[in-house]
Design a protein around this ligand. Sequence first.
Ligand code: 7RM
Length: 650
Amino acid sequence: MDDHLQAIDALSYEMRKFPPSAQFVSDASTNDQSLYQEAQLDHEGFWARQARELISWDAPWTTVCEWDLPYAEWFVGGKLNVSFNCLDRHVLAGRGDKVALYWEGEPGDTRVVTYADLLTEVQKFANALKKLGVEKGDRVNIYLPMVPEAAVAMLACARIGAAHSVVFGGFSSQALADRINDAEAKVLITADGGWRRGEVFPLKPQADEAVKMAPSIEHVVVVKRGNNEVPMINGRDHWYHDIVAEADPVCAAEPMDSEQLLFLLYTSGTTGKPKGIMHTTGGYLTHVAYTFKFVFDHKPESDIFWCTADVGWITGHSYIVYGPLANGATQVMYEGVPNFPANDRMWSIIEKYKATIFYTAPTAIRTFMKWGTQEPAKHDLSSLRLIGSVGEPINPEAWMWYQEHIGGGTCPIVDTWWQTETGGIMISPLPGVTVTKPGSATFPLPGVAAELVDEEGGHVSKGGGYLTLTKPWPGMLRGIWGDQQRYRETYWGRFKGRYFAGDGAKLDDDGYLWLLGRVDDVMNVSGHRISTTEVESALVSHPSVAEAAVVGANDATTGQAIIAYVTLRGGLEVDEKVLRDHVATEIGAIAKPKAIFFTPELPKTRSGKIMRRLLRDVAEGRNLGDTTTLADASVVNELQRRAAETPAED
Ligand code: 7RM
């Protein structure tokens, strides 16, 4: 490949390989190349088989996929109800007593919800929503803590054909109002408050502020959870428990068109107005049911699945609500933070419920590394048989730590790459098939077509490039709510005929894919295009480092210079020079950071992704841009204060 076409340099190569154990392979739902071969031979036929086998349809489709770039329709003409698929069919098959949710409140209170319980509750709440005037095609906003009612509300909407728009409970009233207004939602479902870090955080007052700015809202439903005092407006506000108690317990699941809008989920993106990502019914459900079954090797008879995401993110939609429930899974759902009352809460929950599959994010794993190995060591984690990662590239050292200290050295790790826009997992190992390498998401799943390209859209078969998707897939977004022009430009404008949503990746000699982070973050040092992920992973491979973020800051000599922000593992110290040299040894002198700042925390979005844009502002001495999506703004204020005190080196 010509040098000037090199999208991103590939600097590091990981040699370690981990095949699944013989036992895991022999027990796995799939353990050979057959799914890959089948999908390769007949892409649509493959997905049609998944749709037939995993989903119950009220009417068959006439066309598997209608593809009119950039719009796909899947299972056209088919009819189904998502709530029926997630609830009724399991109860009808005699599994009503099976536990759907082991819910654990942060203070330690618990609830056990069976499939029969969930079905009754969803029918009642669906009827209550109807009574409030919600009709098929309407939008309903959900702004709740992590309580079972969040899943009930989503499924009740699906049952009657209203689209939900869940807004993460940590978002401000302004963010909520913007999203309600964009969707023109009729009803808002919220709670008095929820538990977080040992205290009740009020939600209803935020919801009230938002509703003042959101004229489309006709009714507000309030779940009682925090027991904090909240004002209720007569006629507009309704206690959830009151309207559910009065509701008729039978609400037939009406067959929906396969392309009926199931939900909107807003992503803030890097700039501007949040985008309402649209997902529809038949294709989305097929995609999440299939990936849940095979990526997590889910066994309905014996597995206890735990995904630590919030239902306010796509991971919660796809792998707490729809994927697991469509498969009749038993899950753990946890309300609170990982360090309440102490740093071992996650491990105590795994031990308590004997969770077998655990799915979390690299940001959490690196935090656990920071807290130290003594925390998981306090608990029996031997129930675990598979562990997964999602949300960011997982650095090889974090992967190794996760495997050893959480996975007991034997659990396969599934590093799953996907996006809000893709609906479900796209690139991931199949745990009974794939030999994993620490830090690689490995290969596109059967039924997913991914390709790396260079600046000009030319095929890249080795080294760094832009990650594109070349064939439609059932869970793909159907557009941006109210802005189809932006849909075309954002995802289909950069490379002709291909979907591109902004990630860089590299292919190694064995054809493994390695995600390299957002291409907006790629650094240009003396003409070398260096990925943030590789330098960060080199830093994290030093035994004293838990977490690192690097950015390219303007530099008179090299164009950009690499500036690193580093968080150390509990109790450890290390010299800046030692770390700079460590990076040079690991991946080369070109990637050596010019400066390293130590910090107890890195700035992150509320879903835990490192916000490099803000660190770039700090490094270049600019005023901070938009900090509203930050989880904790004080972190970057402190870094900025220190940067102002440090004389420039040049
Ligand atoms: C599921 C989710 C999407 C962005 C995506 C990537 C990054 C997610 C991985 C990953 C490397 C992974 N949806 N990302 N998973 N990067 N390896 N396994 O996170 O819409 O919130 O974010 O997250 O940059 O484009 S999301």
